[in-house]
Design a protein. Structure first.
Length: 336
């Protein structure tokens, strides 16, 4: 694959031509009806022309250079046998792909971070962070026994934490996965829901089931849940336990009280990893009750080996409108 910088045209646009040796891979790079190229053009503010097995990028010098890097990275991905989908294009446009990993890890985890890239292997799919904040978060989950992920909805806090938990479980680093949430929702009470306790609680836990279903085959997941090697339970059920050799996730932690948060954090046992995720803007606790996430952030920030990772609207990987909605609410209420 060759890149040629062409002389500037009269209108001072910078041009760079990239030659791709495999025309079949070039077709995949462009996407159906050149959709991938259209996305890159829109987000980078450039024009991309296809000439045979070449793509010519036209735009200001910095944008053209960055676009060439994005196209090259996506083509190299195709050369390794991986597909290029909309999410992959989005990731390359968001991410700084330089090798900035300075930590040391052993065995299979080291390979995961080779070349500055982060990949999480699960039974059903390969999960890759799509923003720099997500990448730092995943590295933090592998590198720390206790980590916090704090930020708005749609930034992948829970999804990536569960993916890392499944990866560590598959590789034998932990014996169990334990996922928990406070059973608190705005305007609803558990007692008003029909059925037994499991029926009442399961709707609150559904996002955790959804994440697990993305990473593990259905029959295997059901078997692991039956064997209690994977547990999904309300926060109140954690009292009195010591969670050893487990990957433990507390989701929606902004809805835990200060006492509940202290109780949960002190469950951490030998050989375990714990992840706390939450969104400070979505507290559903009664008025006057302090969020345990707020207290934990205030009290634990100075303790070594506890990592705090923060996300913003820029890290939202759902529909683009979600990021715009979050930014609008943040502007209306800057204190969050």
């Amino acid at each position: 694959m060759n890149t040629t910088v062409l002389p500037p045209a009269e209108d001072a646009l910078h041009e760079a031509a990239i030659e791709f040796p495999d025309n079949r891979l070039l077709i995949d790079l462009c996407g159906e009806y050149d959709r991938n190229l259209a996305d890159i053009e829109q987000k980078m503010g450039v024009q991309i022309l296809r000439r045979g097995n070449q793509l010519v990028v036209m735009g200001d010098q910095a944008a053209a250079k960055e676009t060439v890097e994005v196209l090259t990275a996506l083509y190299q991905r195709l050369e390794t046998g991986k597909p290029v989908e909309a999410a992959d294009v989005d990731r390359e446009l968001r991410m700084d792909t330089t090798d900035d990993d300075t930590g040391t890890r052993d065995g299979d985890q080291l390979e995961m971070f080779k070349g500055g890239r982060v990949e999480i292997k699960t039974r059903k799919k390969l999960v890759e962070p799509r923003t720099d904040a997500q990448k730092a978060y995943v590295q933090s989950l592998f590198g720390n026994e206790l980590a916090f992920g704090i930020g708005p909805a749609g930034t992948g806090k829970t999804y990536l934490a569960v993916a890392v938990g499944v990866s560590m479980f598959i590789e034998g680093h932990v014996d169990r996965i334990i996922l928990s949430r406070p059973a608190v929702e705005a305007g609803e009470k558990l007692g008003y829901l029909p059925g037994d306790m499991k029926d009442k609680v399961d709707p609150y836990m559904q996002p955790l089931y959804d994440a697990l279903n993305d990473f593990l085959p259905g029959k295997q997941l059901a078997k692991l849940i039956e064997e209690k090697r994977i547990e999904i339970a309300p926060l109140a059920f954690m009292r009195g336990r010591t969670l050893a050799n487990a990957f433990v996730v507390l989701d929606e932690a902004q809805n835990a009280t200060s006492m509940q948060m202290k109780m949960f954090l002190t469950r951490l046992g030998e050989g375990s990893r714990m992840v706390i995720t939450g969104d400070r803007s979505q507290v559903d606790l009664p008025r006057g009750v302090t969020s345990g996430l707020h207290d934990a952030e205030r009290l634990l920030k100075s303790i070594p080996n506890i990592a705090f990772n923060y996300f913003s609207a820029r890290d939202v990987v759902r529909h683009p409108l979600v990021a715009a909605i979050i930014e609008a609410y943040d502007k209306d209420n800057p204190a969050g």
